[in-house]
Ligand binder design. Structure first.
Ligand SMILES: *[C@@H]1O[C@H](CO)[C@@H](O)[C@H](O)[C@H]1NC(C)=O
Ligand SMILES: *[C@@H]1O[C@H](CO)[C@@H](O)[C@H](O)[C@H]1NC(C)=O
Length: 391
């Protein structure tokens, strides 16, 4: 999920107290052994090693939203979160949130001996939401209050992690099968910055399998080599990327064909918290024109497109997104034809929604691309890697 710009700038200011630049990679191990530190001396502490966190897939007609558990507070309270590469901060409902959080687990700040309320209140508005519907106006909005507490992810403990409790939220969040959002942006913040400060490598891997296959997983502090086959294609983030996971792409092709609109350099954002693909209207329509003239804007839901469900199954719709690896080789991330339909519209069950929503702001891909690759998010080296999933 991508925060709307104004809010994300506000939040960045708030999070400036996390100094991810001061990261040290604890290379002291050899010296410490020589000093024969006593067994329980903190000097003997080794760098943390990678941990795997199992993920569930949000399967509500679509198969494009993954979430897993973290633990917050002392004693720990279990909170399920989307590990969201499109945002930076951690937020989840607290007991201060009323009816709008009725379906979610609410964190009880009074029951955590380590919770500290830091009293800053803000509003976080998202420009991309959960599921396949476009965001309209302020329909994805959270009211937040800042604090810090101990956060444990995959057994790794980060104390005094900056976070927000949700005190109110729009209805669109009430149907979510998860409680909150854990930002995993391209600059480490919150718990991840805390773990990196303790020596955890600044990289994570995502294995976002379809629900039918299962075993989806986040690995923090490393990658899980049992989850992919073959070599990894790495590509560097553009130097001005900041928090954003994005890569430059020279070309999009559909069923092996391209057009002048599609053969143009663009920067594509990778957002594990967004289900559908978002492209500017001209790009979306150029892609659809190569698939079928019958794919048309669906007026009930501005930004979406659809086609008669009876026609969609047989349509070839292989979309190749082309990138250039760090070693100069061209590679594609391919969205197979099976992703074209994201299911019937609620207001017209004979029309099926197609996977690209028009959004005149940026180019962004999410679950429908990421579920076909093992993806590596390397903060330290400011690069992303992709390999074939091992199923
Ligand atoms: C998260 O925790 C809940 C409650 O402890 C458990 O039922 C669920 O299976 C866990 N989910 C995952 C993906 O581990
Ligand atoms: C990438 O996709 C394009 C369009 O389908 C194709 O022409 C090209 O051969 C592909 N490149 C690689 C390296 O697979």
């Amino acid at each position: 999920m991508l925060p709307a710009l104004a809010s994300s700038l506000t939040l960045l200011t708030v999070c400036a107290s996390v100094h991810s630049q001061e990261v040290s990679h604890s290379p002291h191990r050899v010296q410490l052994t020589a000093r024969k530190a006593s067994h329980d001396s903190p000097l003997r502490r080794r760098a943390l090693s990678a941990a795997n966190i199992p993920l569930n897939d949000f399967y509500k007609g679509t198969d494009l939203q993954w979430y897993g558990n973290i633990s917050v507070g002392t004693p720990g309270q279990t909170i399920s979160v989307v590990f969201d590469t499109g945002s930076s901060t951690l937020e989840f409902p607290s007991t201060a949130c009323g009816d709008s959080c009725r379906n979610q687990h609410k964190f009880d700040t009074a029951k955590s001996s380590t919770f500290v309320d830091t009293g800053y209140t803000t509003t976080l508005t998202f420009a991309t939401g959960v599921g396949v519907d476009p965001v309209q106006g302020d329909n994805y909005q959270l009211q937040l209050r800042s604090g810090h507490d101990t956060v444990t992810v995959g057994g790794l403990v980060a104390k005094k992690t900056d976070l927000y409790v949700i005190t109110d939220q729009t209805e669109t969040f009430a149907i979510d099968p998860f409680d909150g959002i854990q930002g995993m942006s391209a600059t480490a913040q919150g718990f991840f910055a805390g773990l990196i400060n303790q020596g955890l490598p600044s990289v994570f891997g995502l294995y976002l399998t379809p629900n039918a296959i299962g075993n989806a997983e986040l690995t923090i502090g490393g990658i899980d080599t049992t989850k992919f086959t073959g070599s990894v294609s790495y590509a560097s983030l553009p130097s001005d990327s900041g928090d954003t996971w994005q890569l430059s792409s020279p070309q999009i092709s559909v069923n092996g064909k391209t057009t002048s609109t599609l053969k143009r350099t663009r920067t594509i954002i990778f957002d594990s918290g967004t289900s559908n693909v978002l492209f500017p209207t001209s790009t979306a329509e150029a892609i659809y024109a190569l698939i079928s003239p019958d794919i048309q804007p669906f007026d009930d839901e501005p930004g979406t497109y659809g086609i008669a469900c009876s026609k969609i199954q047989s349509l070839p719709a292989v979309i190749d997104l082309t990138f250039t690896s760090s070693s100069g080789k061209v590679f594609n991330l391919t969205i197979p034809s099976s992703e074209l339909s994201v299911g019937p519209f609620a207001s017209d069950s004979s029309t099926c929604q197609t996977l690209i929503n028009a959004y005149d702001g940026y180019d962004l891909v999410g679950g429908s691309v990421l579920k076909h690759y093992y993806s590596i998010w390397d903060i330290g080296n400011q690069r992303m890697g992709f390999a074939s999933n091992r199923h």
